[in-house]
Design a protein around this ligand. Sequence first.
Ligand SMILES: [Zn+2]
Length: 483
Amino acid sequence: MTANMHTRAHTPVRSWFTKLALGVIALASAGTSFGAATIVILNNNAAGVGFNDPTPAAPVGGNLGTTLGAQRLNAFQAAASIWGATLTSDVPIVVRAQFTPLNCTANSAVLGSAGAAVFFINFPGARFPNTIYNSALANKLAGADLSAAQPDINANFNSNLGNVGCLEGLPFYLGLDNNHGPLIDLVTVLLHEFGHGLGFQTTTNGANGAPLAGFPHIWDTMLFDNTTNKLWSQMTNAERAASALNSRKLAWTGPLVTAALPALLTGGTPQLVVATPAAAAGTFGAGTASFGPTLVDPGTTGEVMPVVDSPNNVGLACTPLSAANRAAVNGKIALLDRGVCGFPVKVKNAQDAGAIGVIVADNVAGTPAAGMGGIDPTITIPSVRITLADATLLKSALRTRSRTSSGMFATMGVNNAVRIGADPAGRALMFTPNPFQGGSSVSHYDTLAFPNLLMEPAINPDLPQKVTSPFDLTFELLQDTGW
Ligand SMILES: [Zn+2]
């Protein structure tokens, strides 16, 4: 998988799901903090299930537990040790956790969910007034346990994973060595969910923009919208709700993430640049294909000509192109429409007609531009996918054209000056798909990031069980918030 060809659009959704446990906002008392942090695990499972499951288990990947429950606890301890060695706090961080059935189907599953059990504002040591902090961070900043009566983090993990009807055959890998093969690495999932509980989340409702109890989360002071040039903490509810849907435009402005990002994320953001006509000129997000050549910088430039073989100016290109369409796209970049047949079939038909590249217009509204799956080793021309809204703009500008010329010139490729998963200013992008994804939107990094990040909304198999730079950017974000 190369930097420019990576796409997860067609992998099963294995969402971590950030269930934002919206607890009470409390006020409390005082100090400062030094040294590593202690993470205390509260086993919330009943006898015989979850962490107490007595099913015998053979040692695996350094996990010497002899029962399923014991191995789960050992994995939990391993993840707690990684975070504990990374964080500094004088106050133990209490995680109440359980294995329990969570949503799943045969090919998708919620792996886990976690969030702070309680939040605080205006405590001694708070960096900003009237701003919400997760309790673990509030405790650190206060140097005292503000939440002694309750755990800091609630966490749930899917007890059915791998069973019939729940990513069947793909249970958690319980080894501690990340040698998970095709299975889902439990330690990695635990690191991710701990991240949410520690503060990798906002409590502001992304669907309607409403802040919890009227107060911004510390997160909202560092979420910057590249369209409105406002921070979330400066916006109205309506502006925040719009920003939560502003795909690949919402960035994290915290200085530590921005400083660490270049050592990790590589350049090469896929894009489609339209130079002329003025009515369609601009830089558009481009989904990449799992077939054909890797996109390069700057890429393939040519005149754009649409294929039309169906009503309403639609060009499916599911069969060899007609003489008129061949004449139109020969030596040009062909603009096609998604639907009816697979992506490689369309691109191959355009290639056979002499096209030098293909733009596939989505047929369903939504952002950002998704990738294109499929395999055809005989495809030699590049292709990208654009959103329905962007395609509508291009098609509008293409209405006036001759049979063989449109005057629309475009370049499809990558921009090495923009790191994958960052905005042009080098700030990490947050996950803001349209439509909104409750539990995932905003409180994760963008899925585009490459190499993959721990705090993307769905797990990737190449994560290194790390939470810090130069392997990851989770801890740097937490540090930006005060950790
Ligand atoms: Zn998550």
